[in-house]
Design a protein around this ligand. Structure first.
Ligand code: DHE
Length: 527
């Protein structure tokens, strides 16, 4: 087993920044004069052993504004003062007093003095792997492996593996800190890959219920995608501005692609999406008006692919993963795809319109009127009156838009009790489940009729608590809903009667992911 640094590593207490920098292969950026000098001094004394002087994280997570903005649970000062329950993070209030706590928090709010580099060698140096481990050939449990459902619990960085028929917890395993986006399953559903906002990728054998390895693919990552053949993983990074390609079998880095637009301008990657029918990854870019497609085939079928963004990669990978760059009118940073992956719908933060890009011809073919910051990533589709309907929630307005995917016209706007985040349905369900994530009604879940497009029920299972994100079981008979709180729960509903079946206590459960729904790219489930 290669060396691994995790938050539970016992060496954490004695580790020193210099040693960790070496182990992590990090180049420490020279620190610019800080506006919070006392905070910096206290940080170096008390925090750097675990979080590194560079603040890029080691045993403890990275402490940079990009990731701290997504702190789960208590606020930063509270964590510095009192520590974090069920983790190795102790409280420092007694040692440094309230002023010291405030000074460290102020220092951590400062951006990094320099953009750090994170290339192939750096990435490789963080890899820990069970060398010689062979994936389980049969499940070590009796449950239907295709109906297994994962529940991500972000309060204490764990995933509960649920039997999708009995809802028994088969196991609960530790993940990296701050998992974001959907875990991605191998095409046969036997392995799962998880990514954290700190850029750690975890590989887990679902049949063997065993962690296989981890590697830090980026310093501030967005999400992960897996190629149609299950051989390659792509990790979208904000910091540095790269896409990291990993060999899914060994978790070794194959290539780091520097994101530079046609005119050389760098960009963060908002998200990477897998497009199985196209054997490619599609990239949403945060800073430039381009959409990128990266082929995962050894010999891509058509021309238009370029290699100019390869910065590193072993010789056998040199000609792999060429890029096709499509120029678009506006920066598009949140995507939705039709079931055939022929069309991409991209949301623009600059306009009130989404653009429809035909991926075959590589240009815009329509615009959709979509104000209120649509959250396309959690959109869903279903057949409706001879066409396909797409539904998307809006992050800034209490409404859901329904769009005809033949004409790209908005068929209806449905008023809800507040802005929502996630939507879900299932081919066997007549309903769409849509949460109200923000505002005074964050404790409701709307159930909408897929035919009439009207709300038929509004559930309020835990008054005052955030209720969010639904996932269905393989057969669509049950819907699993999160009570998104530290001492929260996953509520299992009978999807037909809308009655509660059971409530499983969990630590701030966020997304749930059913193996079958995900590997079949089922309509109604996020891809
Ligand atoms: Fe997410 C998925 C982007 C904030 C929880 N989120 C995604 C995806 C994208 C995205 C592009 C699809 C990727 C995938 O699944 O592979 N999310 C963004 C943002 O841009 C945004 C608004 C701001 C940000 O800074 O990232 C954002 N997301 C959040 C949160 O605050 C949430 C609620 C809590 C958290 O964990 O950070 C959150 N996002 C999720 C979840 C999914 C997700 C649970 C997967 C949903 C699914 O069903 O697949």
């Amino acid at each position: 087993m290669t060396r691994r640094i995790s938050s539970s590593d016992p060496r954490r207490a004695t580790a020193r920044p210099a040693l960790l920098s070496l182990v992590m292969g990090l180049t420490l950026a020279p620190m610019a004069a800080s506006a919070a000098p006392e905070g910096r001094a206290l940080y170096v004394e008390h925090c750097a052993a675990c979080h590194l002087e560079s603040r890029l994280g080691a045993n403890g997570p990275a402490l940079i504004p990009d990731t701290l903005g997504r702190m789960y649970g208590p606020k930063l000062e509270d964590v510095i003062a009192h520590g974090r329950a069920a983790t190795q993070m102790p409280g420092f209030l007694e040692q440094i007093g309230p002023d010291g706590v405030a000074a460290i928090a102020a220092y951590l709010a400062e951006p990094l003095a320099e953009t750090p580099t994170w290339g192939l060698e750096d990435i490789l140096a963080t890899r820990s792997f069970r060398d010689g481990y062979t994936h389980a050939t049969t499940p070590v449990f009796a449950a239907d492996p295709m109906n297994v459902t994962l529940a991500v619990e972000i309060a204490d960085s764990h995933i509960s593996v649920l039997d999708g028929d009995t809802f028994a917890v088969l196991t609960r395993f530790e993940t990296p800190f701050a998992v974001h986006g959907g875990p991605k399953f191998s095409p046969d559903g036997r392995l799962v890959y998880i990514v954290s906002r700190d850029g750690w990728v975890q590989k887990y054998d679902l049949w063997g219920l065993t962690e296989v390895g981890r590697i830090r693919a980026g310093l501030n990552a967005r999400n992960i995608a897996i190629s149609a053949d299950g051989k390659w993983l792509a990790v979208a990074n904000y910091l540095p501005m790269t896409l990291t390609i990993l060999d899914a079998e060994t978790l070794t880095p194959a290539k780091v692609i520097d994101i530079k637009g046609k005119d050389g301008r760098p960009s963060r990657v908002s998200a990477v999406y897998q497009a199985p029918p196209r054997d490619s990854f599609i990239l949403a870019l945060k800073d430039i008006p381009e959409v990128w497609e990266i082929s995962t085939l050894a010999n891509p079928p058509h021309t238009g692919w370029v290699h100019d963004n390869r910065i590193e990669g072993p010789p056998d990978i040199k000609r792999r993963f060429p890029v096709r760059k499509i120029t678009v009118d506006h920066i598009l940073d949140d995507f939705f795809f039709d079931q055939g992956y022929e069309h991409l719908i991209g949301a623009s933060r600059e306009t009130e319109q989404a653009q429809v890009i035909d991926l075959v011809i590589g240009r815009k073919v329509a615009e959709i009127d979509l104000p209120g910051m649509p959250h396309l990533g959690s959109g869903i589709t279903w057949p409706w009156r001879g066409t396909t309907l797409m539904a998307t929630a809006h992050l800034k307005e209490g409404m859901i838009s329904f769009i005809d995917m033949k004409t790209w016209k908005t068929v209806k706007r449905l008023e809800t009790l507040g802005p929502g985040f996630f939507m879900r349905s299932h081919v066997n369900s007549p309903h769409v489940w849509a949460d109200v994530f923000f505002g005074p009604n964050k404790d409701v879940m709307h159930v909408i009729d897929k035919e009439t497009l009207e709300i038929v029920e509004t559930l309020r299972p835990a008054p005052g608590k955030t209720v969010a994100h639904t996932e269905f079981t393989k057969d669509g008979r049950h819907a699993l809903v999160s009570i998104w709180e530290d001492d929260g729960a996953v509520i299992v509903y009978d999807a037909a009667t809308l009655q509660e079946v059971t409530r499983l206590p969990m630590r701030k459960p966020s997304g749930k992911y059913n193996v079958w729904n995900k590997i079949t790219f089922a309509e109604g489930t996020s891809h």
